[in-house]
Write a protein that binds this ligand. Structure first.
Ligand code: HEM
Length: 489
């Protein structure tokens, strides 16, 4: 009984504190507080140049650090053409992300919508978004990965590594692996000439995300829009073919089948939009492209940076090798990894967490305030752009000891990493988080059990327009079995 009242008291107090700290300004009578302090810089360009020049270096932190020191964890700046409130506080970030659709909504510029397609999950809102987010989760959840996807992840990673010899650009290899995995998971298509052709076209679409988004001023953007159209045409052919197969009773077990099924798969002639009449081909293609976009750069860059970080931290690499050699020793040389193997990689998960924490492939997400919202003594005015900086939280001393050091062992002791949100939070939390983890784990397993490697040349991290290494991380690989053979001789 006491426990019940204590819990009740605790819950009521917590709700009251949360309500007082973060609340929508709903009544006209309440006085508006001032917006978060800051500097909006020069007319039109604001502080965009300062941000870009910081993120082009190996150490972009001073841009945020100096503003936090001056104004606090919630500050206003003006970047990329708009006044923007930056949040670097974990509670505020959580609050913003959890209130998606109520107080804040995701906000992407029109140039992004041209590239991902207007029926993409990233741009959906409300009911349809909830439905399609949950559909995506159900295609990438642990049971599906365990029973169905893992075997292909293992096979395709091996197949790629089979061709590795001498000098390779790890970033390029990781992208190829990720693209092939996604094609298999979405459409049940194994690597072939068609997937390679599509990948080359798709890479031009990706370039469009990181250039000046103007068809008049940027050739890259124009090329990206054209490439997007070609990718859509290619995917439409596949979707049409699969509809015909379905009519003949042939069914596959992939994302496309889930999309057909979600509305009965009745031919797509209806109004779409999840209204029960079946999605149109255009809607399905946009949806597939958005999954490809969301998982491609993120997973492949994380793969590359995990390897860079462990290469630079020999003790971590040695421990990782031991963990995977032990798993391999229990299995026949060519036996695929199973779910139990994945579940017995605790140090690998530490390496993955730490890579996600330090690299912050998605450094933060943009939202727009749907109404005036009071947060921590300020009002974020309705219509304001808000940037929840995941990077600032992950790299703050307040939240993680020696926050700017790669230390995978910290995760052995971390019981409640509530401030760790590499996959975002709330209704838009990344539906591919488990899939990404499994792909990374399988990749690291085959890499460390089969190869030794060393960097082919100095390479460094940069953060603009995306987080990546400047030279695509060139390494020289050597098969471990050939090294062992040489040692015996
Ligand atoms: C290391 C790899 C990955 C990272 C770090 C990552 C990170 C994120 C983050 C931070 C968001 C939240 C965006 C927001 O709140 O606006 C997100 C959303 C999303 N992610 Fe991932 N992601 C990864 C891999 C994947 C994979 C493999 C897939 C494929 C299924 C995927 C699919 C998506 C989709 C579709 C969304 C949009 C969700 C929505 O708007 O409802 N991600 N991801």
């Amino acid at each position: 009984m006491d426990y019940f009242f204590l819990s009740l008291l605790f819950t009521v107090s917590l709700s009251t504190i949360t309500f007082l700290l973060f609340r929508p300004t709903s009544t006209a009578s309440r006085r508006k507080l001032r917006p978060p302090p800051g500097n909006i810089g020069l007319p039109f360009i604001g502080e965009t140049l300062q941000l870009i020049s910081a993120y082009k270096t190996e150490n972009p932190e001073p841009f945020i650090d100096s503003r936090v020191a001056r104004y606090g964890t919630l500050f206003t700046t003006h970047v990329f053409g708009e006044r923007t409130v930056f949040s670097t506080d974990p509670d505020t970030n959580r609050f913003i992300l959890q209130n998606e659709g109520r107080l804040f909504e995701s906000s992407y510029p029109g140039s992004i919508s041209n590239l991902v397609g207007r029926h993409s999950l990233l741009l959906m809102r409300g009911c349809l978004h909830r439905k399609m987010h949950s559909l995506t989760m159900s295609f990438a959840n642990s049971t599906i990965i365990k029973d169905h996807l893992l075997v292909d992840i293992d096979r395709l990673v091996r197949l790629n590594l089979d061709s590795w010899t001498g000098r390779i650009l790890l970033m390029e290899e990781a992208k190829k692996i990720t693209f092939e995995l996604t094609m298999k998971q979405l459409l049940s298509i194994d690597p072939c000439e068609w997937t390679e052709k599509l990948r080359k076209i798709y890479m031009r679409v990706i370039e469009g995300f990181f250039c000046i988004p103007s068809p008049i001023f940027s050739i890259t953007y124009r090329r990206a829009i054209k490439a997007r159209k070609r990718v859509a045409e290619e995917l439409s052919l596949v979707v049409r073919g699969r509809r015909k197969e379905m009519e003949k009773g042939l069914k596959k077990n992939d994302m496309l089948a889930a999309l057909f099924d979600s509305n009965g798969g009745n031919g797509g002639g209806g109004g779409g939009g999840g209204g029960g009449d079946g999605f149109t081909d255009d809607e399905i293609v946009d949806f597939l492209v958005s999954l490809l976009v969301a998982g491609y750069d993120t997973t492949s860059t994380t793969m590359t940076l995990a390897v860079k970080f462990i290469t630079d931290t020999p003790l971590a690499l040695a421990q990782l090798k031991d963990e995977h050699d032990e798993i391999r020793a229990r299995k026949a040389a060519s036996a695929p990894l199973e779910w139990e193997d994945y579940k017995s990689m605790p140090f690998t998960q530490c390496v993955i967490n730490e890579t996600l924490r330090v690299s912050n492939i998605i450094s933060g997400v943009f939202r727009r305030a749907m109404k005036d919202v009071d947060i921590k003594g300020y009002t974020i005015p309705r219509g304001s752009k808000v940037f929840t900086s995941l990077r600032a939280v992950h790299l703050s001393q307040e939240n993680f000891k020696d926050a700017r050091v790669f230390d995978p062992w910290r995760w052995e002791k971390m019981s409640d990493p509530t401030n760790f949100m590499p996959f975002g939070g709330g209704p838009r939390r990344c539906p591919g988080y488990e899939l990404a983890r499994v792909s990374l784990s399988v990749f690291l397993h085959h890499l460390v059990t089969r190869f030794s490697w060393k960097p082919a040349e100095e390479d460094k991290l940069v953060f603009f327009p995306t987080t990546r290494t400047q030279k695509r991380y060139p390494i020289i690989v050597q098969n471990r079995s050939s090294i062992a053979k040489k040692c015996i001789e």
